[in-house]
Design a protein around this ligand. Sequence first.
Ligand code: ASP
Length: 325
Amino acid sequence: MAFKLTHALVAAAALFSVATSQAQDFPNKPITVVVPFAAGGPTDTVARLVAQAMSANLKQTVLVENVGGAGGTVGAGRVARAPGDGYTLLLHHIGHSTAPSLYRKMAYSPTEDFEPIGLITDVPMTFVARKEFPAKNMQELIAYVKTNKDKVTYANAGIGSASHLCGMLFMSSIQTDLTTVPYKGTGPAMNDLLGGQVDFMCDQTTNTTSQIKGGKIKAYAVTTKTKVPSLSDLPTLDSAGVPGFEVAVWHGLYAAKGTPSAVVDRLNKSLQAALTDPTVKQRFADLGTEPVAQNRATPEALRAHLRREIDKWSPIIKKAGIYAD
Ligand code: ASP
């Protein structure tokens, strides 16, 4: 018995010292941030800004890898299966909390298979359409899509994406089903909107602001309860025909399960440094968002937020009857 106990203590001490030395020289090789959507879209934009600032702080290369598909669940699944050493991270959004309600079967658990590092931003969404879309305002858009529902096409980034959630809530609010066109991210969806191949979508300001300001697409409303200062001409959807409508896309950073807490702490410090970096703050402001307050950019705040969001969206998604098989 005594022998077994000594053995266990020695093994535990050895594990502890491996974890400590791993944490001490972390990071000693490049880190990969998996973005579960295509390059050029809003999650990718946020990730590239944050990765660059984290790289400066960590004095190590931080690469962004786009693993799009199935509304973010393919990329998240990749990180869930990665070694828990802090070298593979996931930068995801609200979809991490809605996927368990949208998918009947999941290959991973958003709450059990990741180590939260911190929240990053809350980004408003916008209703936008191709430049030649006939409706002049949100009321006209609603009337138009109701009478032309077999013709109108609606782009999204697949089931589980924010654009899908926003669109589904919209369709259920106006009780009209439209033809959806799924992409691996709203980066490529935006290209088709610009080219006029799809009619409209709901997407983050981080992807739509410059196209709206450049007059390349039409914008109708924002999805937050209050107006967005950088797009002050746009009404809220709540005031423009869909009372009660509210969605904002929060982003968070995660490591794979089992990442030592000292490594999570180091990553959190570098995330905090990135979020107070003046260049990052300015770019975020230009894109219609801002970094979260410091007390929300923590592992505890992200863990609690994720759970709250899962609980918030589950009944809404059930009520709207939107599922993937
Ligand atoms: N905006 C996308 C979404 O619909 C994701 C992306 O491409 O970043 O969730």
